[in-house]
Design a protein around this ligand. Sequence first.
Ligand SMILES: *[C@@H]1O[C@H](CO)[C@@H](O)[C@H](O)[C@H]1NC(C)=O
Ligand SMILES: *[C@@H]1O[C@H](CO)[C@@H](O)[C@H](O)[C@H]1NC(C)=O
Length: 271
Amino acid sequence: MHYTVFGFLVSWGTGSLAHLLPRQAGYFTESGLPGQTIFLPTTIPAGVKIPVVVWGVGGCSDSGTSIAEFHNEIASHGIMVIVNNGPTSRSQTNATSLIAAADWAQKVAGQGKYASIDKTRIAVSGWSCGGLLAYTASRDPRFSTIGIFSSGQLDASQSVPVVSKITKPIFYFLGGNGDPAQAPGTRDYSNLPKALPAWIGTDNKGHGHAASGTFTAPSIKAAAVHWVDWLLRGNASAATFFTNNAEATAAGWMGISSQNLDKINVAPIDG
Ligand SMILES: *[C@@H]1O[C@H](CO)[C@@H](O)[C@H](O)[C@H]1NC(C)=O
Ligand SMILES: *[C@@H]1O[C@H](CO)[C@@H](O)[C@H](O)[C@H]1NC(C)=O
């Protein structure tokens, strides 16, 4: 089955219900979760379960739709993405909003339009300043994995105190030349607990601070989609993107390093 989304021809594999998703998503707001933007697949076929990604915006003040194309892409793969600012708001955000997003998702899961939300599968992530909020929020036991997009402790003395406490599989997606997070993110990765599952890669096009702030580069979309597909949907085929350097390299990543990925074991969401 093929669909054209955002100008790219994409196709779903078969073998699970997720291939029935229409590969289209949109965003909206909910009064129960003020100041945040929710991305969801446009239609969710019966039987398809939807995990959750909470996302901290860049600058801790970008709007909830500032990188909507990227968030639509993730959502279209069967994910509810909750972005921690209103669609047009430039309010200052903090880590509490990422916790509030998880609270809300768990509250609505199983009801009405959220019947298919799987409240046991929630990732925390963010870009730049939002990645630092994700570090903080990740202590909440409900988050099962962490996505750090062009971020890291700028203050070197803070790296060990922050990342030595990380207990969840963590993935770093850095921007290469021109990304002020390149060195801090790399340093944080090197200071992680040695037994922790982790992956790091650098965009080889030098898109800078995460694709020049647009996140529209196919490399960054592909990496994010494989991350959620594996860590939240339990799709073992998606895992090879990270366990086999060739796949990520072909998708536009370099400087790839990983540790303990063989310890990650996520049951397939579709059973
Ligand atoms: C599982 O991941 C592979 C590799 O990314 C992808 O081609 C396939 O469509 C995914 N399967 C489902 C059901 O999402
Ligand atoms: C976090 O943001 C919320 C919403 O803007 C605000 O009410 C709260 O006071 C902030 N908390 C801290 C610790 O700054």
